[in-house]
Design a protein around this ligand. Structure first.
Ligand SMILES: N[C@@H](CCC(=O)N[C@@H](CS)C(=O)NCC(=O)O)C(=O)O
Length: 213
């Protein structure tokens, strides 16, 4: 299997976190000609987004679809709960993470790219989304759906890197104990520590270059 991805892409990082939970090694490739907008990439991946997984004739985009394909075809620890209600809740949390938390953060990138620092007001939608996820997650935690990381935790872990980074100059309301517990569990997840460290470095370098410029 080949995963087309870029080092900075948070959705690519989300998939790499899922692969790490499965101890599934795939070949990582950057889009040809260095861009997901290149004609050469579009010829392989018509949707022209990263991440994209290629497995023989199958070309998949959409991070959740990729992770569910890995879940269905690769052994290792389950990334979805066993029961229908639990699976539906995991998918709901993952969608909410993508559509509310990640999307709110993504809207700030042009501002940061232009050299401005997001204010508390700019960050409010993302922080509200994070609070919402905390109220909908499994109450006992520490992860979204209980004691082990599953599909939604991959997106949340990636988004938290950006929530922290984009909010570094804007004090926010303290997190709830449930969110603190979730965040601590993500940080302590042994299969993620190296990846998180490296990705934080990549994200910080991007942010610092924008702030300096
Ligand atoms: N819903 C997609 C979003 C993927 C996405 O937007 N990826 C960004 C990079 S993080 C991208 O490829 N953007 C290119 C574009 O939208 O033209 C997923 O879950 O994989």
């Amino acid at each position: 299997m080949i995963l087309y991805q870029t080092a900075l892409s948070s959705y690519s990082f989300k998939v790499r976190l899922a692969l790490a939970l499965k101890a599934c090694h795939v070949e990582l490739r950057e889009p040809p000609e260095g861009s997901y907008r290149s004609p050469a990439y579009r010829a392989i991946v018509p949707a022209a987004t990263v991440p994209a997984l290629v497995d023989g004739d199958l070309v998949l985009t959409e991070s959740d679809a990729i992770i569910e394909y890995v879940e269905d075809t690769v052994g290792g620890p389950p990334l979805l709960p066993p029961d229908p209600a639990g699976r539906a809740r995991a998918r709901m949390l993952s969608r909410l993470c993508d559509l509310r938390l990640e999307a709110s953060l993504r809207r700030l990138f042009p501002m940061v790219a232009a050299g401005a620092a997001p204010t508390e007001a700019d960050l409010a939608p993302a922080r509200e989304a994070w609070l919402l996820l905390g109220t909908l997650a499994d109450a006992g935690g520490p992860f979204a759906c209980g004691s082990m990381p599953t599909l939604p935790d991959c997106g949340v872990a990636a988004a938290l890197v950006w929530l922290d980074l984009l909010g570094r100059d804007a004090p926010g309301v303290p997190e709830t104990p449930r969110l603190r517990m979730w965040r601590d569990a993500i940080d302590a997840e042994a299969r993620w520590q190296g990846l998180l460290h490296a990705y934080r470095g990549t994200a910080h370098a991007w942010m610092d270059a924008r702030s300096a410029g």
